[in-house]
Write a protein that binds this ligand. Structure first.
Ligand SMILES: NC(=O)c1ccc[n+]([C@@H]2O[C@H](COP(=O)([O-])OP(=O)(O)OC[C@H]3O[C@@H](n4cnc5c(N)ncnc54)[C@H](OP(=O)(O)O)[C@@H]3O)[C@@H](O)[C@H]2O)c1
Length: 249
């Protein structure tokens, strides 16, 4: 059976990925911190389809726990790796304690780099495999340390797509705008001012992302709205970029 590993499937975008891949018939390894929620999802997915789900509880801000996930990835070639786990920080950069900032970097950059490294060697050897790195449109703008982590993800994925594509391995950065998930509630942000037309549905987002992956795209920006916004941001007047940068955390 084809096999996928998804990080952060207990809610939001990762959960949508787990459902979409299970529907396609992939067995799943589900990685996050909340064991009971992972078990519940594994039961739900195995009952709904003919797939096997394994739960791997790990905090990806912790190096030893991340290395356990790497070991699992090295045990056999995987067909799909989705690096999705992540979180936002509501307070300004200087107001967060440095350990909180470090956790953001470790989950959204270090863990992605390490898990991709563990998976991509075996994928290249068999000449097949997909890696999706869930980035953000925030990576196209100066938007604090979060935007910088996502810029790293998008740049890394763009390079890896070119480098590993000829070896049969597709790598893609998925860059969403605002998506209705637990993300903003977890960071304690009031999103009341965001107009409804800017919100994306996570199942639609994942469907569009998987289509772009199979079309060989290195960077996927689902929805016409966000494609237009990212294109416009390249030519945005300096004043607007400065305003956005001041709002970045
Ligand atoms: N929602 C948006 O508007 C938006 C926009 C652009 C990009 N994104 C990106 O999309 C990705 C998924 O976010 P989401 O919107 O789906 O948010 P979410 O609903 O809050 O889900 C985040 C997931 O990441 C997991 N996670 C967080 N910290 C972790 C850690 N230290 N170790 C292991 N797993 C961890 C959580 O699981 P546990 O709590 O069980 O560990 C959860 O399953 C993130 O990378 C985020 O940056 C989101």
């Amino acid at each position: 059976m084809p096999l996928a590993l998804v990080t952060g499937p207990t809610s939001g975008i990762g959960r949508s990925f787990a459902h979409a891949l299970a529907v396609e018939g992939l067995d799943l390894i589900l990685v996050a911190r909340d064991g009971p929620r992972l078990e519940e999802l594994a039961d739900e997915l195995s009952r709904a389809g003919d797939v096997a789900c394994e739960v791997l509880v790990a905090d990806l801000s912790d190096l030893e726990q991340t290395m356990r996930v790497e070991e699992r990835l090295r045990r056999q070639p995987f067909d799909v790796l989705v690096n999705n786990a992540g979180f936002g920080l509501h307070r300004p950069f200087e107001a967060n304690d440095i350990e909180t900032e470090q956790r953001g970097l470790d989950v959204m950059v270090r863990a992605v780099m390490r898990l991709t490294h563990a998976a991509i060697g075996p994928m290249s050897e068999v000449g097949r495999g997909d890696v999706v790195n869930v980035s953000s449109v925030a990576g196209f703008l100066p938007r604090g340390s979060y935007g910088a982590h996502k810029a790293w993800l998008t740049s890394f994925s763009t390079w890896a797509n070119l480098h590993y594509g000829p070896k049969g391995v597709r790598v893609m950065a998925l860059c969403p705008g605002f998506v209705r998930t637990e993300f903003h509630q977890r960071m304690g942000a009031d999103m009341g001012a965001i107009p409804s037309f800017l919100w994306l549905d996570s199942d639609d987002l994942v469907r569009a992302g998987l289509r772009d992956l199979r079309d060989g795209k290195a960077v996927s920006i689902p929805s016409k709205r966000y494609k237009a916004l990212v294109a416009a941001s390249r030519f945005a007047p300096r004043g607007i970029v400065e305003k956005l940068a001041r709002q970045g955390r």
